[in-house]
Ligand binder design. Structure first.
Ligand SMILES: [Zn+2]
Length: 279
């Protein structure tokens, strides 16, 4: 058994990019710990809505089979051109001291004797500033804790980019928009793992449904997420049945291999040192 720590920015991020993989790792008998930098709330920690998002995260983690949930105590930084002032009693994660946040995560990695840390790619996925900071803090924490392999949850950039290009042409978006920057996610050549999580589609879907507050809002994203929770599980698996990861120590441009706990397939030059495998 090994311990995998999945470091995320906000409650619900654990599902879309990594939910199936975490469920698969837990089902194989490993220990999964989910850490969130923020509680997804922009206000004071005392506001009951902050606790609500964490309660949803715990319910989601239970669906995925995670053993432990930890909140680093930061507030959501939000997105848009302005970074709001810190709420009473705590910092926004985008304003966190990287060294301080990394030291706390490193303590947890040591306590858990973590073998793998799942973080984000350098783009912070779609570019939210809290997600970029997850990348920075995760990297630093792994350096401090030593002996932890870092694997970035991501998606291949190309299909995302082409979909955005199509939307752009259709809607004639203008100006800079963080959601539409071409540098989002990772280039396909950097992807080292493509994990088939279709057998865990129902778990992933149930975990998504646990984030009830995110499904209830009036926004477009809430509508998309609600629609996903209502799909038959097989169809959900077709839409969200693959998850992607990029690891520095995999061969560049490698053919994706299907397990974040294992190194390259047989016959590939082994650059993983003491590769951990579930096989
Ligand atoms: Zn997020």
């Amino acid at each position: 058994m090994v311990t995998v720590v999945a470091f995320h920015a906000h409650p619900d991020d654990e599902v879309l990019l990594t939910g199936g993989t975490l469920a698969r790792i837990a089902a194989a008998g490993h220990r999964v710990v989910i850490v969130v930098a923020t509680d997804g709330h922009m206000g004071d920690a005392a506001d009951p809505r902050a606790g609500e998002r964490l309660a949803e995260l715990r319910a989601s983690a239970a669906e995925l089979g995670a053993a432990r949930v930890v909140h680093l105590g930061y507030a959501d930084s939000g997105h848009g051109p302005l970074l709001y002032p810190d709420p009473a009693g705590r910092r926004r994660f985008a304003r966190a001291d990287v060294g301080e946040a990394a030291a706390r995560l490193a303590d947890l990695l040591r306590e858990e004797r973590a073998a793998v840390l799942i973080g984000y790619d350098a783009a912070g996925g779609y570019g939210h500033r809290d997600h970029v900071r997850v990348h920075e803090v995760g990297r630093r924490a792994a350096e401090l804790a030593t002996g932890v392999r870092v694997v970035a949850a991501t998606r291949p950039r190309e299909p995302v980019g082409s979909a955005i290009g199509a939307v752009r042409r259709l809607r004639r978006f203008g100006g800079r928009n963080a959601w539409l920057e071409p540098a989002l996610y990772s280039p396909r050549r950097a992807i080292t793992h493509r994990v088939d999580v279709r057998p865990f589609a129902a778990r992933k879907q149930a975990a998504l449904a646990a984030h009830a507050s995110q499904l209830a809002g009036p926004g477009r994203m809430a509508g998309v997420m609600t629609g996903l929770t209502r799909l038959p599980a097989r169809l959900f698996g077709l839409v969200l049945g693959r998850e992607w990861f990029a690891s520095d120590d995999g061969p560049p441009g490698t053919v994706a291999f299907d397990d974040v706990l294992s190194g390259p397939p047989d016959g590939t030059e082994d650059r993983w040192g003491s590769a951990i495998t579930t096989r």
